[in-house]
Design a protein around this ligand. Structure first.
Ligand code: ZN
Length: 327
């Protein structure tokens, strides 16, 4: 079964490796994701997030360095994977037996609160933006706020229901939709989420979040939020991070399937996709890396899901959103 995954942090890890004089190759490495593992896992498309923590000296410079690394790796491996900017690019790669790579930003503030810079990122190939990471920015406010002094246990359970999108944030998502960039609400606070529901006109995604009813952390979605994403025709990408799978378990495949069951029960089978968070999360007891994705497919089958539903979960729902929003 083909795999479309909406979120990984592999490029950050590879750029770090390169800066430390290590391998740093997307083709083959010791991290969660490389092209060999993706071939083994039967990947059709992977989103590569340019994850930029706002505590670095110059976030825009940092992000540009990541984008350069992304394109250097994609160009060096064009026999296996090609960048996509439109839905027809994805179809072309499928027809040529190639995997697809989509450039995404994780931290909308790298545009310096200026829509001109947002438009330039679009010209650089960015097709999805996670509006916030774990810091408040000019667009809005996260739930899990790294700038608060609470310990991680409390931070991860803090829900921001009062601070929504800023006036600039509202302009920002409107310009994203006009350009054909997919809005990603993972990390965004609950009030910001409802502003996206209010001001967006196209399907949007939570690229790497689970269900809060199953694991009560702020990074996951309430039942009402799941229903709102579904109403918009959007999709929620299953995140494999242990902290977001179980309140106390080890985040194994059974835990992931509890989220699949719940999200489908609440929002229907058109709202669920994949957003591994590979190379942004710790090592796991199972699903160690991208090469093992068919283990998840097998587990879904053993659990009783039909091939038709599994295809929606693993790639069709995500592709439907891309077809609708990308231009
Ligand atoms: Zn993230």
């Amino acid at each position: 079964m083909k795999i479309c995954d909406m979120h990984c942090d592999t490029i950050s890890v590879l750029l770090n490796d390169e800066n430390e004089g290590k391998n740093g190759s997307l083709r083959e490495n010791d991290h969660h994701l490389d092209l060999r593992k993706m071939q083994k896992g039967d990947y059709l498309l992977q989103n590569f997030a340019m994850f930029t923590p706002l505590v670095v000296d110059d976030p825009m410079y940092y992000c540009q360095k990541l984008i350069d690394k992304y394109y250097r790796e994609i160009e060096a491996n064009e026999d296996l994977i090609r960048p996509v900017y439109s839905y027809s690019d994805i179809e072309k790669n499928i027809n040529e037996g190639l995997m697809s790579a989509m450039l995404t930003l994780e931290e909308g503030a790298v545009v310096h609160d200026d829509l001109a810079i947002l438009r330039l990122y679009h010209r650089l190939g960015v097709r999805m933006i996670t509006l916030t990471w774990n810091y408040p920015n000019g667009i809005g406010y996260p739930n899990f706020d790294n700038s608060s002094d609470q310990d991680r246990y409390n931070k991860i359970r803090q829900i921001n229901t009062k601070d929504g999108l800023t006036p600039f944030g509202i302009e920002y998502i409107k310009e994203m939709e006009r350009l054909g960039i997919i809005i990603d609400v993972s990390h965004l606070g609950d009030a910001g989420f409802y502003d996206v529901v209010k001001y967006s006109t196209k399907p949007f995604v939570a690229s790497h979040s689970n269900a809060r009813s199953i694991c009560s952390v702020a990074r996951n979605m309430t039942d009402d939020m799941i229903r709102e994403v579904a109403k918009k025709g959007g999709v929620i990408g299953l995140n494999y991070c242990k902290d977001f799978v179980d309140d106390d378990g080890d985040g194994n495949i059974e835990g992931l399937i509890r989220h699949v069951d719940h999200i489908i029960k609440v929002g229907g089978e058109d709202v669920i996709g994949l957003g591994s968070d590979f190379d942004g999360i710790g090592d796991r007891s199972d699903l160690k890396n991208g090469s093992e994705m068919q283990d998840l497919v097998k587990a879904l089958k053993d659990h009783g899901y039909s091939d038709k539903t599994i295809a929606k979960i693993t790639h069709e729902n995500v592709l439907r959103v891309y077809k609708e929003v990308l231009r």
